[in-house]
Design a protein around this ligand. Structure first.
Ligand SMILES: CCCCC/C=C/C(=O)SCCNC(=O)CCNC(=O)[C@H](O)C(C)(C)COP(=O)(O)OP(=O)(O)OC[C@H]1O[C@@H](n2cnc3c(N)ncnc32)[C@H](O)[C@@H]1OP(=O)(O)O
Length: 208
């Protein structure tokens, strides 16, 4: 399975910030459960998963990419990373776990505190992506890599993937409701809503 985007220049802009702003607790919980389930399916997929990152990939977009087995990113101006702290919010523990498994403890600690967004070359240097190529080469590179992975006996690959990812998946599975409730409570704090409001305004201002 290849994750790619139809939007030029944007692999994924992350979660819909408008869903987290001035929403109701009930809607927040439903939104979060949908995200949890989508992620459990992706990270726990038995399929070979690859991200063709042909554009920006902040926050939830970075989570999607990191949850794949392999990442190819376009060189140039695009950025990737978990930038949550820049919005005044905190990456949930399962976002953190996936990043820890991808780039290790020290880089994750820096990346998360700073809300760092990396260029493709920087992402390559810390292991956040596996390959950087010109934009037009992203999809052919993914397809070539997929052919390599498809040569591995499927049962052996799936058992290996499952055992590598089980602890992180189980950690969320065992506390889904608590995590959803935490999200709804946290996101509706006055201070967090204020930060999100300012961030939305800064996105709109950038356009004008
Ligand atoms: C406990 C809490 C945990 C919560 C975990 C949260 C995870 C997340 O994913 S939070 C979302 C983080 N995402 C971002 O910070 C990305 C914000 N967007 C951007 O930086 C840029 O839009 C871009 C780099 C992705 C693309 O830039 P550009 O091509 O210049 O496009 P525009 O900035 O003009 O955006 C077009 C349009 O889309 C709106 N928009 C962008 N991102 C989001 C988003 N994540 N959610 C909702 N809306 C988004 C942007 O405001 C523009 O809207 P209009 O002005 O109405 O056209």
């Amino acid at each position: 399975m290849v994750l790619a985007s139809a939007a030029p220049g944007i692999f994924s802009a992350g979660l819909d910030i408008l869903e987290m702003y001035q929403s109701t607790p009930e809607r927040c919980v439903a939104f979060w459960r949908a995200l949890q389930d989508a992620w459990l399916n992706l990270y726990g997929s038995r399929l070979i998963t690859m991200a063709a990152i042909e554009g920006h990939s902040p926050a939830g977009g970075c989570l999607l990419a990191m949850s794949c087995d392999y990442r190819v990113m376009a060189e140039g101006k695009f950025q990737i990373g978990l930038n949550e702290t820049k919005l005044g919010i905190v990456a949930p523990f399962w976002f953190t776990d996936v990043m820890l498994n991808t780039i290790g403890h020290r880089e994750t600690e820096k990346a998360l505190q700073l809300g760092a967004l990396y260029s493709a070359q920087q992402a390559l240097s810390i292991g956040l992506v596996d390959k950087v190529v010109p934009l037009a080469e992203v999809m052919p590179t993914v397809e070539g890599e997929l052919k390599n992975w498809l040569q591995i006996p499927a049962a052996a690959r799936v058992i290996t993937k499952t055992s590598m990812r089980k602890a992180v998946l189980d950690r969320l599975r065992s506390q889904k409701e608590k995590d959803a409730q935490f999200f709804a409570d946290f996101i509706n704090r006055d201070s967090v809503q204020k930060s999100l409001g300012m961030y939305i305004a800064s996105l709109q201002k950038k356009k004008n």
